[in-house]
Design a protein around this ligand. Structure first.
Ligand SMILES: [Fe+2]
Length: 319
């Protein structure tokens, strides 16, 4: 599957301590554990009853299976089977390991060596304050979630009084251009009553979206007022199953005045307006070729579907 070529966001970077943590990516449970600064351990695909999640206490640098007490070292080698004290476990009894890289406040699982991580250039900008919002577990396919993030025409209805105003629902003639890793939609403009936590009055806001992988996009917001203000919001989605996903927002903001909780509360309000729409969409998998009516205002959606089709993505879509 082409999806293996892309890194999957699976956990907040701060959430992996000494104990292994179970995560889910593309229908498979994986057990993450630290080995030095970077490592992921994945239980071999034993028959289901014999393959419990390994999440639990980690013992002196080792991982203990909570079912039969098998122990594994940080490299995934099985070093002890308590039911057979004299037995030296062969390599086949070990765990296979996968790459786990920290970036953008998250841990990214790499099913293939050196699978590229999506860009988020704002991460390196010291003038922007960074924090994660989420994760949200959403009963929607990852492509539905990304497409909604790119959609401007719903602001005046789903986010009325916040990101949109139904009296200004008309969209301008924004542009879509391909890039090496996705595409950019620019020249988007929206009249927003409350475009961010610090907004005290409505303003026009310029939007620029960049799709950076099948399940990642970056939004840049530039209000015409509030001189120097800039929001960069990374959307990073992990497709747990075809029709359910885990969602993070990586915020990079010029707002250093608000508390983390205040910023999270604003973004939470916005996303929980989107979530019921996302979870009610049918079909839950995004149709790539036909079955849904589009108009000219939906050209970012059309570009996204074309990008998924050209990339060969099959997970969470209807071809
Ligand atoms: Fe929305």
């Amino acid at each position: 599957m082409v999806e293996r070529r892309f890194a999957h966001p699976v956990l907040d970077a701060s959430a992996l301590g000494d104990a292994p943590v179970a995560v889910r990516a593309r229908r498979r449970n994986r057990d993450l554990a630290r080995r030095g600064r970077r490592a992921a351990c994945r239980a071999r695909p034993l028959p289901a009853p014999r393959h419990p999640a390994l999440a639990g206490p980690r013992l002196r640098g080792q991982i203990e299976c909570p079912y039969h007490g098998w122990r594994f070292d940080g490299a995934g080698r099985c070093v002890s089977i308590p039911a057979l004290p004299g037995f030296a476990p062969p390599a086949s009894h070990g765990l296979s390991t996968l790459g786990l890289t920290e970036a953008h406040g998250l841990l990214w699982l790499q099913l293939e060596a050196d699978a590229p991580l999506p860009r988020f250039d704002a991460e390196a900008d010291a003038k922007l304050r960074k924090l994660n919002v989420g994760p949200y577990d959403v009963a929607a396919s990852a492509p539905r979630i990304v497409e909604n993030f790119l959609d401007l025409a719903h602001f005046g209805f789903v986010h009325e009084g916040w990101l949109g105003d139904r009296a200004h629902a008309q969209l301008g003639d924004y542009r879509v251009e391909p890039t090496a890793t996705g595409f950019v939609a620019s020249g988007c403009r929206a009249r927003q009553p409350k475009s961010n936590r610090l907004s005290s009055e409505g303003s026009w806001v310029d939007y620029r979206y960049e799709v950076t992988s099948p399940w990642s996009a970056v939004l840049t917001k530039l209000p015409e007022k509030q001189g120097g203000y800039r929001d960069e919001i990374g959307l990073f989605v992990c497709p747990g199953d075809e029709e359910s996903s885990r969602v993070w927002f990586r915020m990079a903001l010029t707002d250093f005045d608000s508390s983390d909780d205040e910023i999270r509360a604003f973004q939470h309000t916005i996303f929980t307006q989107d979530q019921p729409v996302l979870e009610s969409q049918r079909p839950k998998r995004l149709p790539l070729t036909s079955g849904e009516v589009h108009c000219a205002a939906d050209r970012s959606s059309a570009a996204y579907r074309r990008f998924l089709r050209d990339t060969g993505v099959t997970f969470g879509v209807l071809s």
